[in-house]
Design a protein around this ligand. Structure first.
Ligand SMILES: Cc1cc2nc3c(=O)[nH]c(=O)nc-3n(C[C@H](O)[C@H](O)[C@H](O)COP(=O)(O)OP(=O)(O)OC[C@H]3O[C@@H](n4cnc5c(N)ncnc54)[C@H](O)[C@@H]3O)c2cc1C
Length: 326
């Protein structure tokens, strides 16, 4: 099996990813070094869909997809699946199986394969399995492929692609600020778990999540579980929560009784957008007590750029090199 470094222009999905496969280097796998095995993901390889199910009762458009490597299925023992928190995989499918009618982009029409990136939120190295969260709300070609994918169908993935680097902090100097939007929270879950499960890592996590409304909060249970850790603090913003009583006001406020009734015990959910004022308020609680602040942004390109510009402006003064776009 060759290395993912064997890439050319046709390996780029053309979606303007912050970490384009053409610009990032292969992440060296320490697990492979240790085990003497090869990362099954280094070249496009088939994965079988084990299961797909809706992520929650409240949102029928967002589904969890669970894949297993075909190599694992035939009992191959020379491979493992090595992924890193904050990295994504590229899904490719021949245009013959993609919904041709949906492809309007000329560059894509000339290609043999349709390519789209997805960010695993869970994986098992030995079993060579992973899960992704997919928003099936859009009317694009890969959404159509995934919507029609049935259990036991196979598709090809390759990776891991990204450049997020993280060093555990055993002194308690570091804060990691994670800001995410919609399903892009999936990419941040392994980053958070990686810190929280390491008792020697004293990094404090400030996790700001933006969703449409309460029914569209993803990983709600996980966020509530993370809140039990001393070094994790979540704030959830729902921009468009609207109950019958608040219709004349266009959105529920924190005073709305119906809004408060939808929250579980001590849930850090508030109505409204995450804006400059709110960001200032959250960061002010850390005062000057943060020798090192690292920022992770996950969401659409516009969302990431907005927060990158804001945080690197004079009033926040965060060094652009410390801001990672997933
Ligand atoms: C690094 C990276 C990781 C990603 N990880 C995931 C993931 O884990 N799960 C997931 O569901 N998607 C993820 N995406 C988006 C995904 O790659 C596809 O773009 C998406 O599934 C739609 O593909 P498509 O071919 O159906 O439509 P496209 O041709 O890509 O898009 C169709 C239309 O829908 C809009 N659109 C698509 N996705 C969004 C969105 N999230 N928010 C707003 N508008 C959108 C596009 O702007 C376009 O107008 C990721 C994107 C990037 C860059």
């Amino acid at each position: 099996m060759t290395d993912i470094e064997d890439i050319n222009a046709s390996d780029c999905c053309g979606n303007g990813c912050a970490n384009c496969v053409l610009d990032v280097k292969v992440k060296h796998s320490k697990v492979c070094d240790k085990t003497g095995k090869t990362n099954v993901l280094l070249q496009y390889t088939y994965f079988r869909l084990l299961e797909k199910k809706p992520h929650s009762d409240g949102d029928s458009a967002v589904w969890e997809f669970h894949f297993k490597s075909a190599q694992a299925e035939i009992g191959e023992t020379e491979y493992i699946l090595d992924l890193s928190p904050g990295y994504h995989l590229m899904l490719r499918t021949p245009y013959a199986t993609a919904a041709q009618g949906c492809v309007e982009n000329e560059v894509e029409m000339k290609r043999k394969y349709l390519l789209r990136p997805y960010s695993p939120y869970w994986w098992d190295v030995e079993k060579m399995e992973f899960k992704i969260l997919v928003n099936l709300k859009y009317h694009g070609p890969m959404t159509a492929v995934l919507r029609n994918l049935q259990n036991d169908n196979e598709v090809e993935f390759r990776g891991p692609i990204g450049k997020f680097e993280f060093t555990p902090d055993n002194k308690g100097d570091n804060v990691i600020l994670i800001i995410n939007q919609g399903v892009a929270i999936a990419a941040t879950i392994p980053i958070i778990e990686n810190i929280l499960k390491n008792d020697e890592d004293l990094t404090r996590i400030v996790h700001l999540s933006c969703f449409e409304n309460i029914n569209h909060i993803y990983f709600r249970k996980e966020i509530n579980d993370f809140q039990k850790y001393w070094n994790y603090k979540a704030h959830i913003y729902v921009a468009h929560e609207l109950c019958e009583d608040c219709k004349p006001l266009s959105a529920c406020s924190h005073l709305c009784k119906n809004f408060r009734n939808k929250l579980k015990y001590k849930e850090p959910i508030q109505p409204g957008r995450l804006d400059d004022m709110e960001l200032n308020k959250v960061l002010a609680t850390y005062g000057n007590d943060v020798p090192h602040l690292q920022v992770v942004l996950a969401g659409t390109g516009n969302f990431q750029q907005h927060f990158k510009d804001l945080l690197s402006c004079d009033s926040y003064g965060i060094n652009k090199n410390n801001i990672y776009l997933l």
